[in-house]
Design a protein around this ligand. Structure first.
Ligand SMILES: C[S@@+](CC[C@H](N)C(=O)[O-])C[C@H]1O[C@@H](n2cnc3c(N)ncnc32)[C@H](O)[C@@H]1O
Length: 450
């Protein structure tokens, strides 16, 4: 073990920690801020992570955390920073990551933010049975160990009220329960509950469905906003480990085996002077920041209009709905069953199309076809893995005039932008949209033109 060391934080890095050097070696220290002087706790020779013993010279931007679990819980990394400082840190990290990949950052990187607390419209809580009662929580930082949560101030208050009502009805929670998710609309009028069992259908206890309905009735007494709920199981047994399609058990989409109340949550979004309603199935993707969904749609759509638009990784159709108002034809591509259901219902009886396929499969066919109609606009909004080599190559071959790339990971975004810029696009706009305050995560909207 080394003794304590005094270090100065050089900069913040993606992932939440501050970087300092000890005897020429990089040390990553969570919960610090730029330029702070820190006394490090003794640490092992090999560990790259440093622990604060004391903050010798605190930053003027250091504030008291807003949550009692900060530092222990794995969810938030930046509650020690004022909100203005969190935004500055994210801007600097984004710039650095893009420039490191040779992506020229426009002088005017535009940042969009809103209320930094109570913003989440969805929380997924771990469940733990303790002395005959259920506890809800998250995992501890850097581990898979359960941590009981007594508050979560980044969640909409309705979600936490529903979680408390769930705990208060502990005697009705099925024995094999593993996780519970709450999802509410932007104005907290309705909330949906999804309960996941740690069992496949054939392993489920006989009483579970009946008990689940009783549980929902009980919660509804104290939370009248509860509009619907579903009980989910894994599609595979623990013994087989993989589903019929060869997907590992932990990645397979869970199956809803009991439904209570309304099947979908109606999520209203006013954007671009229009009112849109999205019908989101339990377990279907939707953006998590209830204060910034409108702005995200407005940034992605801008003044764009034309003949044909493709919406790739379309989810339940957040962008698709606005695109159909501006383009003669829209083709939306989504692979997940629950999100696709909403998309298919939305385009039914119109000239627009919803395609249930992987984006790479969709593009391979289009690019190989001699009859491909070139879209004016391609919107892409992939998960954190980004587009990747093949998809970037295929998209470049389409030669659409404009691409809007919505990303939740600056690392994969930088890699993909490098490829797209090399294939004839130029970066016209870059927006940082802070969908995830108090955490290191960030959303961006990039506009590419050729
Ligand atoms: C970040 S979400 C964006 C959804 C939507 N654009 C929105 O803003 O609500 C990414 C979506 O891509 C879907 N997806 C993931 N991998 C995919 C793939 N290979 N092909 C098509 N869709 C995929 C996910 O199911 C998810 O709905």
């Amino acid at each position: 073990m080394n003794g304590s060391a005094r270090v100065r934080i050089e900069k913040m890095v993606y992932g939440g920690a501050g970087l300092a050097r000890v005897e020429g070696r990089s040390v990553y220290i969570p919960f610090t801020l730029p330029e702070e002087e820190i006394l490090l706790a003794p640490r092992s020779e090999t560990s790259e992570e440093g622990r604060i013993q004391s903050v010798l010279e605190p930053s003027a931007q250091r504030v008291a955390p807003g949550c009692m679990h900060f530092g222990v819980c794995g969810g938030c990394q930046y509650q020690q920073a004022s909100y203005e400082e969190q935004l500055r840190i994210k801007e600097t990290i984004l710039r650095t990551m893009l420039e490191r990949n040779g992506v020229p950052v426009p002088e005017k990187l535009q940042t969009h933010s809103a209320e930094p607390w109570g913003y989440r419209n969805r929380i997924r809580l771990r469940l733990d049975s303790f002395e005959g009662r259920w506890r809800v929580g998250y995992v501890m930082r850097g581990s898979r160990v359960f941590m009981e949560a007594r508050e979560c101030p980044i969640a909409a208050p309705l979600l936490w009220r529903a979680a408390q009502a769930f705990v208060a009805s502990s005697q009705l929670v099925p024995a094999q329960s593993r996780e519970v998710e709450f999802f509410c609309d932007a104005s907290e009028q309705t909330v949906q509950l999804s309960l996941s069992l740690n069992a496949a259908m054939e392993e489920m206890e006989r009483e579970s469905p009946k008990q689940f309905r009783k549980l929902c009735d009980a919660i509804r007494v104290s939370v009248p906003e509860l509009s619907g709920a579903g009980l989910f199981v894994r599609p595979v047994t623990a013994s087989t480990k993989t589903s019929k399609r060869g997907v590992p058990a932990e990645q397979a989409e869970e199956i809803e085996i009991v439904a209570w109340g309304e099947p979908k949550l109606l999520y209203k979004v006013d954007a671009l002077g229009r009112k849109y309603t999205h019908a989101i199935a339990r377990g279907g993707f939707f953006q998590v920041n209830r204060y910034l969904v409108q702005e995200l749609v407005e940034l992605a759509l801008g003044e764009r209009q034309g003949g044909l638009a493709w919406d790739l990784f379309a989810g339940a159709g957040l962008f698709t709905q606005a695109l159909v108002d501006r383009f003669q034809q829209v083709i939306a591509v989504e692979v997940a069953e629950r999100a696709f259901g909403s998309l298919r219902d939305f385009v039914a009886h119109s000239s627009h199309q919803a395609v249930r396929e992987t984006c790479v499969g969709f593009l391979r066919k289009r690019v190989a076809s001699t009859a491909m109609r070139k879209p004016d606009l391609i919107v892409v909004d992939p998960p954190r893995a980004g587009l990747g080599e093949e998809l970037c190559g295929l998209i470049a071959k389409v030669e659409a005039k404009e691409i809007v790339y919505v990303s939740c990971d600056p690392e994969t975004l930088s890699r993909d932008l490098r490829k797209l810029l090399n294939s004839g696009y130029r970066l016209a706009e870059l927006h940082l949209v802070d969908l995830f305050p108090q955490t290191y995560h960030m959303e961006t909207v990039t506009v590419l033109q050729r």
